[in-house]
Design a protein around this ligand. Structure first.
Ligand code: PLP
Length: 382
C-alpha cells in the first residue's frame, strides 16, 4: 500500500501541443526549434553564457570530462555523498577520484576538506549542490583559482536556485542540470550543459555533435562539415525539448508550489522536531528551490523503523545515496578507501519525504503528524 508517493512527475497539456508542433515543423532530431527555445530560455533568464541540452544530466557531466581533457591518472575531487554519475563521467576518462566527506549536520560536502586532497595531479573539483542548496562557492572558486583547477557544478537538482544571488550552474567553469523525471522540471530523461567559460564554447559545440563542426556549417562558417574532435551524440530529440519547453514556461508555478510544500514541512518541524532528529537549514548564502526535504534520524535502526512506519501509513518515503567511496565499484579499483564518517552516516540515517507538485497541504500535514505519532509510540519495540 502506498497512497502518498514520493514523487509524481509534473505534466501539462501544452507538452502535447508543443510535441505535435515539433512534428509539424518537420524537425524532430536534435538542435531544432524547441531546443533553441530552451537554450534561449536559460540564457535569458539566468544569463548563462551558453547552454547545450543533452539526453541526460549524466551526458552533460560526460561532456565536462571531455571538455576538461580528463585523462588517465588525472585526479578529480568531489563529495562521496552524491549520485553515481558525478564520478562516473570522470572515471570513464581514466581519472582517479578523491572523495570528500559531508558536513557534520549537512549532507553536502565540507569545503574545508578540499585543499587536503589537492596534489600535482588534480585537475578539477566537482561540487554537488545537495538538494539544490548551494555549496560555499566563494570558498571553492578561491581554492580553484589558487591551485589552477577547474570547477564543475553538478547542479542536477538546482534549477532556479542561487548562491548569493548567482544562479547555480552558472558559477563554475562548467555546470550541469538534469531533467530526469525525479527533478523539479523534466522531460522524462534529459539534461543540460552550461558553459560559463567562453573558451569552452566552440569545442562544446563539436563534442555535442559527434565531434563534427556541424554547428559551424549551419552558421555558414564552413562549406562542409567533417570530423574535427572527439565527442558523441549528446543532443536530445526536439520532441523532448518541446516537452521540456512546455514545463519551463510553467517554471514559476511549479517552483512556487514546491517551495510552499517545503516551507510547510520546514515550519512544522521547526516547531516540533523530536529530540535528536534534524531537518534542513539553509546557510545565509543559499536559497531553497523546493527540490527535496529530508529528516536525519539517530541511527539506521530508527531510520528503518520510521520507513516501515510510513509504509504502514501509506506514505512512500525513501533513503538516499549510498556513499560512493564505499561502493562495490570504488572498492574494486581504489588502492585505499578513505574513512568518511559523515557521508556514511547520511547513507544510513537520512530519509527524504514525499515532495511533488501534486502533493496537497493536507497530505503534508498528514505526513508531519504521522511522523510525530511515530516518535510518541515506543517504536524500539516494533
Ligand atoms: C539526477 C542527478 C544526476 C544524473 O542526472 P540524469 O539526468 O539522471 O543523468 C547527477 N547528479 C546528481 C546530483 C543528480 O541528482
Amino acid at each position: 500500500m502506498s497512497k502518498l508517493s514520493f514523487n509524481k512527475p509534473f505534466h501539462c497539456e501544452t507538452e502535447f501541443d508543443y510535441i505535435r508542433d515539433a512534428f509539424k515543423r518537420n524537425h524532430v532530431s536534435g538542435n531544432g526549434y524547441y531546443t533553441k527555445l530552451c537554450h534561449r530560455f536559460f540564457e535569458n533568464r539566468y544569463g548563462f553564457k551558453k547552454c547545450f541540452l543533452t539526453t541526460s544530466g549524466t551526458d552533460a557531466l560526460e561532456m565536462c570530462a571531455l571538455l576538461l581533457d580528463i585523462e588517465k591518472d588525472d585526479e578529480v575531487i568531489m563529495p562521496s555523498f552524491t549520485f553515481v554519475s558525478s564520478a562516473l563521467a570522470f572515471v570513464r576518462q581514466g581519472a582517479k577520484i578523491r572523495f570528500i566527506d559531508s558536513q557534520q549536520d549537512f549532507p553536502g560536502m565540507d569545503e574545508r576538506l578540499i585543499e587536503n586532497e589537492i596534489t600535482d595531479k588534480t585537475k578539477a573539483i566537482v561540487v554537488v549542490h545537495y538538494a539544490g542548496i548551494a555549496c560555499n562557492m566563494n570558498k571553492v572558486m578561491d581554492i580553484a583559482q589558487r591551485h589552477n583547477l577547474y570547477v564543475v557544478e553538478d547542479a542536477a537538482q538546482c534549477i532556479d536556485s542561487f548562491y548569493n544571488k548567482k544562479p547555480l550552474g552558472g558559477i563554475g567553469h562548467l555546470g550541469c542540470f538534469s531533467f530526469h523525471e525525479t527533478k523539479n522540471i523534466h522531460c522524462g530523461e534529459g539534461g543540460m550543459l552550461i558553459v560559463n567559460d567562453e573558451k569552452f564554447v566552440r569545442r562544446a559545440e563539436k563534442i555535442w555533435e559527434k565531434g563534427t563542426n556541424r554547428v559551424d556549417f549551419h552558421r555558414n562558417e564552413v562549406s562542409k562539415y567533417e570530423w574535427v574532435e572527439t565527442g558523441s551524440s549528446f543532443l536530445p530529440s526536439d520532441i523532448l525539448a518541446a516537452m521540456l519547453f512546455a514545463q519551463l514556461e510553467k517554471m514559476d508555478e511549479i517552483q512556487n508550489r514546491r517551495k510552499r510544500i517545503w516551507e510547510r514541512y520546514h515550519a512544522f518541524f521547526s516547531m516540533s522536531i523530536p529530540e535528536g532528529i534534524s531537518y534542513p537549514s539553509l546557510p545565509a548564502y543559499a536559497t531553497n528551490n523546493g527540490h527535496l526535504f529530508w529528516l536525519i534520524l539517530k541511527d539506521k535502526q530508527q531510520r528503518d523503523q520510521l520507513l516501515n512506519y510510513y509504509k504502514s501509513k501509506g506514505i512512500h518515503a525513501v533513503f538516499h545515496y549510498q556513499s560512493l567511496h564505499a561502493s562495490a565499484f570504488y572498492r574494486s579499483v581504489a588502492k585505499d578507501i578513505p574513512c568518511l564518517p559523515y557521508a556514511e552516516k547520511f547513507s544510513v540515517c537520512l530519509i527524504r519525504l514525499p515532495l511533488h507538485f501534486y502533493l496537497t497541504f493536507d497530505d503534508v500535514d498528514y505526513i508531519c503528524n504521522e511522523t510525530l505519532n511515530f516518535f510518541k509510540t515506543d517504536n524500539s519495540l516494533a
